[in-house]
Design a binder for this molecule. Structure first.
Ligand SMILES: [Zn+2]
Length: 200
């Protein structure tokens, strides 16, 4: 395999590749997340009712039933996530010899949405773990780029550092060479370039 690739952890997507692919996972979770929020709300209401009537939780059948329901949704989400991550890490390690990633797992992603955020965070570290051992199995190289490398500030065309970009800026024009960049694709190309330069 002669391909090398850079991966950037996205805000709007699970990850973005230097080949220009934006990989979404939200669609797997979105409907389940909504259900989880709904059922969790129901659970806390039942807890309130139990407290109000001074009842022991062990004896509240409605509460216990709801608790099981919530646990099942958690399990379902975890299974779907694992399945998604395994498929993706298998494909990427099949298709590429060197995979460059950022050495971090939190990027303030999915603002104001604690649940989605925790899912994304867990996913990324699990994803890196899978890439790690699958690269070892298949004789590939996983390169981790320093977390302070300014992947979203550099122009991947001319190397100019264009300065900090706010999170809501999805596209920008290099003030030096005029290239129009998709924020995430540009970042993943920079991660690839930086990663490859480190092992050359
Ligand atoms: Zn430029």
């Amino acid at each position: 395999v002669a391909n090398n690739i850079g991966l950037d952890l996205g805000l709007t997507h699970f990850c973005i590749t230097s080949a220009g692919e934006k990989i979404d996972n939200n669609r797997f979770y979105r409907s389940l997340e909504q259900r989880l929020i709904r059922e969790q709300r129901k659970l806390s209401k039942r807890l309130e009712v139990a407290k109000k009537h001074n009842r022991k939780l062990d004896e509240c059948r409605n509460y216990q039933k709801q608790k099981v329901k919530v646990a099942r949704i958690h399990e379902k989400i975890a299974n779907q996530r694992t399945d998604f991550l395994h498929k993706l890490s298998s494909r990427l390690t099949d298709e590429n010899q060197i995979i460059c990633i950022e050495d971090l797992n939190v990027k303030g992603l999915v603002k104001n949405h604690k649940l989605a955020k925790s899912i994304s965070d867990v996913s990324w570290s699990e994803f890196v773990r899978q890439l790690d051992y699958k690269c070892a199995w298949k004789g590939r190289t996983l390169v981790k780029v320093d977390r302070f490398f300014p992947s979203s500030q550099l122009c991947s065309s001319c190397g100019h550092n264009d300065g900090k970009k706010e999170l809501n800026i999805r596209e920008w024009i290099c003030s030096n060479c005029g290239t129009i960049h998709d924020r995430d694709i540009n970042a993943s190309i920079n991660i690839k370039t930086e990663g490859l330069s480190g092992i050359a």
